[in-house]
Design a protein around this ligand. Sequence first.
Ligand code: SF4
Length: 313
Amino acid sequence: MKNKEIKIYLVSPRGFCAGVDRAIEIVKKTIKKYGTPVYVRHEIVHNKHVVENLKKIGAIFVDELNEIEDKSRPVIFSAHGVPKSIPKEASKLNMEYIDATCPLVSKVHREAENLNKKGFHILLIGHKNHPEVIGTMGQLPENEIDLIQTVEDAENYKEQNKDLAFVTQTTLSVDDTKNTITALKKKFPNIKEPAKEDICYATTNRQSAVKSIANKCDIFFVIGSRNSSNSLRLVEVASQSGCKYSELIHADSKIPVNKIKECQTIGISSGASAPEILVQNFINELKKTFIVKIKEVEIIKENIIFKTPGKLN
Ligand code: SF4
């Protein structure tokens, strides 16, 4: 029998951003235009549910272009962006490619490239091995760009012969990044910064929404994948903003029922690559054990849409 009542603060904006919507739409439109199969290099966005659904309609996911058996089929590059060498490799292989890189990631690519052309050595603030970071580092020759992951990296960075400029990954923690930038500016007062912040609107809004309510929640759940940078940052933001316990709910998670039994208020959000159906499934699971009261907390309405490439329309 259900006798424990819990209050859920369901925050928004949450879930899909314009870049993720566009990337998924690109796969669907490519299948519609070219038939099946179409290849996708890397997870189009970091979500298993999304990837499995696209597999069902004819997408084949590969890690590298040389795994593609039928090179006459088109290949799509993921929303995270790719190093410059990848479209070059596709052209060499005579493959047709469609680039689903989010326009806000492309903006960072162009920024890094332009600053480098003007003579700056580039520092990229981001997380090693994330596909977006690999893509951005790959816009420039290796000796023209270095990765800064932490405040310590910034403090220990050895000056180059060139003037320095920095860009950032789009899905970082707004607050942690501020600290890294402050450390860089302290050590290199003349470092050039991007004209407009690189952390994207979707990351900023989702973090602000979590921040606005975290201290009222006994526990905070973020629906998203383990390899989703912006989902992981939301979990951190919830605990840094006053919620004692926050947890990522991913494809293999078990609902921590006993922990929830000790709580009155629960916060829920989802990463930019997590479909809303996963949030609703999670709430439906909670309803099996608890009497659930939901309060929507919306801090801002998003109405950004990115167009898909003209050749697919
Ligand atoms: S999180 Fe931001 S940068 Fe990444 S796909 Fe979404 S809008 Fe683009």
